[in-house]
Design a protein around this ligand. Structure first.
Ligand SMILES: [Zn+2]
Length: 202
């Protein structure tokens, strides 16, 4: 079964649309890797295998099995081996995650300086971006449409970051082409606000 047939299959459609919004940009080659949580294993793994996407054996997190999936074997092994090094600082870990998830360099740099601890980081990330997004919308009447197609858990360095908008525009284009339901779910998720934590979908 080809990729396009997989996106039309019942096996694909039974997956959480937000999981599909994470997987599809990776299988279409516009994003290096992704992480998401799913309560189901068999269906997810069958789809990943059909799409030829390598993944780490999942572990149980609070709300499901946590999957780490990459576009190819090298991307996955580079990422995993990076974390096996014991001397990785929080900043280096942030960068390794950013590269794996395809976050633009400028957006990685913006938040890398603020890594104190996870809670502190999340506060900064969610607070400053949501505020600047609201302010941008107040001044301009709207915010860039691409932001509705950002991957949960990824926050641009600024509302009109050209690199982030380009990446999100690519996710939007492949989702609208192959899975409108996943595109719509991602849009609704983002419109509910960046304050909501990512539910493990990145
Ligand atoms: Zn940026």
């Amino acid at each position: 079964m080809g990729r396009k047939e997989t996106y039309m299959s019942d096996e694909w459609k039974v997956l959480d649309p937000l999981n599909r919004a994470c997987i599809l940009p990776v299988s279409e080659g516009v994003k290096p890797g992704t992480t998401f949580s799913s309560r189901y294993r068999v269906g997810v793994e069958r789809v990943l295998e059909e799409l030829g996407l390598p993944y780490q054996p999942p572990y149980w997190a609070t709300n499901g099995y946590s999957y780490t999936v990459a576009k190819d074997d090298k991307t996955l092994s580079d990422y995993v081996s990076r974390f096996l090094k014991r001397d990785l600082t929080a900043k280096q870990a942030h960068r390794a995650n950013g590269v794996f998830y395809g976050i633009p360099e400028c957006c990685i740099d913006y938040f890398a300086g603020g890594v104190l601890d996870d809670q502190e980081w999340l506060r900064k990330k969610n607070f400053s971006f949501e505020d600047s997004k609201t302010e941008y919308e107040r001044l301009n009447g709207s915010y860039p449409e691409e932001l509705d197609y950002g991957i949960p858990g990824v926050t641009p360095c600024k509302v009109d970051c050209g690199n982030a908008l380009k990446a999100f525009g690519e996710y939007r284009d492949v989702l609208l082409e192959y899975d409108r339901e996943a595109a719509e779910e991602l849009k609704l998720f983002n419109q509910r606000g960046y304050r909501i934590l990512s539910r493990g979908n990145i």
